[in-house]
Design a protein around this ligand. Structure first.
Ligand SMILES: N[C@@H](CCC[C@H](N)C(=O)O)C(=O)O
Length: 274
């Protein structure tokens, strides 16, 4: 039986979105990895599955998978895309997304622009998680990265000059560093002013992407913790810009940026290895 999908993206971080709210489609991790392959599948950075919500305040339950088939608790760019989709369906401007990291409130700012409340970042070493007790603001790794969880594990390097580290060279090894028992997303940031930074992210399970929403939130949170930027910051990535605010009043991180639908299509799951 054919399965319908949407191809969406946020700043070029691209997603295959499959709606399982009415019917399941037997999408195993191996099948998701095969479908995510850019040469032999549909191709995407993350594969997103929608299920019926079962939490208060949520309109939909969203599961995020990386291109290698592994699951993540959070994906900022996909959250904006799903919020845009569900809000258009319902004719609402506010939607609740149930994720493995909790229920996220999203607001349609204007057509195609969405703010997602990414919640409160977790700063304790157990919550990132890291392999042993340590100060998450200064990891004992060359280059002195800081770590935080945005519902998924992130480490951010602050580079004195742009591109001082190549994500494609440093990223793969750091993603698998023994300090990160669940692997980690690795950000390479260069602060350009008290309210702006440039960022590239080597994503766990997907590699270098054009943008990473949770990575942008993590980079801003870590930069604020280090006293490098103020509470609101524009993050410029290869695919474009996100606005990130770490709200002082309640500690929530707000992420604002675009959500785009590229096309729709169909595939037969049976054509891909289970
Ligand atoms: N592209 C994402 C993050 C996707 C998940 C990540 N690779 C992980 O494994 O945690 C974003 O926009 O946040």
């Amino acid at each position: 039986m054919m399965t319908g999908f949407l191809k969406m993206h946020g700043l070029g971080n691209d997603f295959v979105v499959v709606d399982e709210r009415v019917q399941r489609h037997d999408l195993t991790p191996a099948r998701i990895a095969a479908l995510s392959d850019r040469h032999t599948g549909i191709g995407c950075d993350q594969f997103v599955i929608l299920r019926p919500a079962c939490a208060e305040g949520a309109d939909v339950f969203v599961r995020f998978f990386n291109a290698d088939g592994s699951e993540s608790g959070a994906c900022g760019n996909a959250s904006r895309c799903v919020a845009d989709l569900v809000a258009r369906e319902a004719g609402h401007t506010h939607v609740g997304l149930q994720t493995r990291a909790g229920v996220l409130a999203a607001t349609i700012v204007r057509p195609g622009t969405v703010t997602v409340d990414m919640g409160v970042p977790a700063q304790d070493w157990q919550d990132v998680p890291l392999a042993e007790a340590m100060d998450t603001l200064h990891l004992p790794i060359a280059g002195d990265p800081a770590a935080v969880s945005m519902g998924n594990p992130h480490a951010t390097f602050f580079l004195p000059v742009p591109d001082a580290m190549d994500p494609c060279v440093a990223g793969p090894e750091l993603e698998h560093h023994p300090l990160f028992p669940q692997r980690a997303n690795i950000g390479f940031a260069h602060v350009t002013s008290p309210d702006a930074m440039r960022l590239r992210v080597w994503e766990r399970g997907s590699g270098l992407t054009r943008a990473c929403g949770s990575g942008a939130c993590a980079a801003v949170v870590n930069a604020i913790r280090r006293g490098l930027v103020g509470r609101s910051c524009t993050v410029a990535m290869d695919g474009g810009e996100l606005g990130i605010t770490w709200r002082e009043a309640d500690g929530h991180v707000l992420m604002t940026g675009p959500a785009v639908t590229s096309f729709t299509g169909h595939f037969n799951p049976e054509d891909y290895p289970r």
